[in-house]
Ligand binder design. Sequence first.
Ligand code: NAD
Ligand code: WQD
Length: 336
Amino acid sequence: MKILVTGGAGFIGSHTVVELINAGHEPVVIDNLSNASAESLNRVKKITGKDVTFYKADIRDGAALSDILDKEKVDACIHFAGLKAVGESVAKPWEYYDNNIAGTLTLVDALKKHGAKNIIFSSSATVYGDPAFVPITEECPKGSCTNPYGWTKSMLEQILSDIQKADPSWNVILLRYFNPIGAHKSGLIGENPNGIPNNLMPYITQVAVGKREKLTVFGNDYDTHDGTGVRDYIHVVDLAKGHVLALKKIEENAGLKIYNLGTGVGYSVLDIVKNFEEATGVKIPYVIGERRPGDIATCYASAKKAEEELGWKAEYGIKEMCEDSWRFQKNNPAGY
Ligand code: NAD
Ligand code: WQD
């Protein structure tokens, strides 16, 4: 299939472009490069040997989208484009609602007008809030989000579901990612955050490479096995493959589908530090700090539904996630 990949120059997008090409699909990337470098797509070419069609464009620009879709005649869209920094979203809610929600509405309108009523949307485990139970199944009620970023994901799930309900010729696949880490085995593409990383693994790799002095562990008094927060870390290549398999549901005209993409296993912050040190041989100095506002104790998936319905299962374990995150950071100490 010919697939419009919004945000395809970013972390998860670039890995998905590789897997789409590997599976014989034809990706067309649009990205405004607000949080990415076009170099990631040059690296994709090195990995796959294929040129990637790329348009520098903003999903809020309906005229640009229309021109691209007139030309490209895509079958479906995998929609990664969005702002994703939780703390920044608290300070800049308008920018998050404008970029993520207004952007998606503009995108959906353009897809509809071009007869490509098929979308796979990057949602997040954040929609479960402080989850009612773990492992989290897709039936777990959605919770109260603690920041505007989370609300954009929760609201966009609702908006896309309502659009599909009103017009069942839409296929809408909502993929709820848990905590993506790792990088492509080549070490050529990976996570490349601007400024001080918000997320745990890029912070750890920047400590390892000498860019940051030490990790601050946000609280060790949670009700978990060692007091630090537990999350379901998932290798980005596994996640990318989940999108390729989700295209099957579009081919089947499955309508609205929701899947968790996680491993089903929870690791604490200190488990991650230990696994990273063991996998890489690099020591990570850390201090215990205050809890981070909005954090929850425990979050991990039941990934059974994706296994049963998509035939998808995470293949990589935590050691490989750590090794692969480190390889990209070590090979690219200053990013792309
Ligand atoms: P990323 O920032 O690396 O990728 C997002 C891409 O979208 C970037 O390349 C950015 O330049 C582009 N973009 C942003 N706004 C745009 C706009 N208006 N028009 C065009 N391009 C735009 O982030 P990622 O980690 O690859 O995340 C991809 C998607 O997955 C996001 O929607 C994110 O919210 C979601 N998600 C990420 C995580 C995570 O922890 N990484 C977890 C759950 C969900
Ligand atoms: C993981 C654990 C922290 C940094 C966020 C978003 C979520 C999703 C994924 C997009 C927690 C601890 C972290 C540090 C630490 N993104 N930590 N020191 O918070 O589970 O999820 O990213 O959708 O919406 O909220 O991920 O990597 O920030 O934190 O101790 O310097 O590591 O407290 O327990 P989180 P994270």
